[in-house]
Design a protein around this ligand. Structure first.
Ligand SMILES: [Zn+2]
Length: 184
């Protein structure tokens, strides 16, 4: 009786031992990936500390990639993949250390400065006046003034405002997720 029981157990492990080991291995890998991935993402975003693009600013239009917001100047409803700011002194600051990717000008967005940061972030500042304080290739520090808000973005503004966008890996993201806009 005892011997046959032992044999049964032996046979069981001979047959299924490999499968059991493989199963345990797969579960261990799944747990490792599941536990390390979210942790790694949290670290990469909390390491960066953004500052506001304007001081004592009012948010005149918030980010919206789902709901349509009304554009009074163009008389149409549209999504808004950035945040609009207005402030008393109109000064516009880089939200992080970075390198100026481009300084451009067009009739709908006005003067536009793009700044590249670490971790795949690019910040974009539109509707600047022609008095842009940086050039392509310049290294800028977080909080450094790069220009001043104006009404050059004729597709959006009739008074001095900043249209601010934040891109992560080439895609517009909600700046509210990264910048504490209540702490102005
Ligand atoms: Zn805007």
């Amino acid at each position: 009786m005892e011997i046959s029981k032992q044999n049964k157990i032996k046979n069981f492990f001979k047959r299924y031992g490999v499968m059991i080991v493989a199963g345990v291995f797969v579960v261990a890998i799944a747990l490792t990936i599941g536990l390390t991935l979210p942790a790694a993402q949290e670290v990469s975003t909390t390491e960066l500390s953004f500052t506001l693009p304007m001081n004592n600013a009012e948010i005149t239009k918030d980010f919206s990639d789902q709901d349509l917001l009304y554009n009074e100047v163009m008389n149409r409803w549209e999504t808004h993949l950035g945040i609009d700011f207005a402030s008393e002194d109109n000064a516009v600051y880089s939200v992080l250390d970075g390198t100026v990717l481009s300084v451009t000008n067009n009739s709908l967005e006005g003067y536009v400065v793009e700044i590249e940061h670490t971790d795949g972030f690019v910040s974009v500042y539109s509707s600047l006046s022609e008095n842009v304080l940086v050039e392509e290739g310049d290294t800028v520090e977080k909080g450094q003034q790069i220009g001043e808000a104006s009404s050059t973005a004729t597709a959006e503004f009739t008074d001095a405002q900043l249209h601010f966008c934040l891109l992560k890996d080439g895609v517009e993201v909600d700046p509210n997720l990264y910048i504490d806009l209540q702490n102005k």
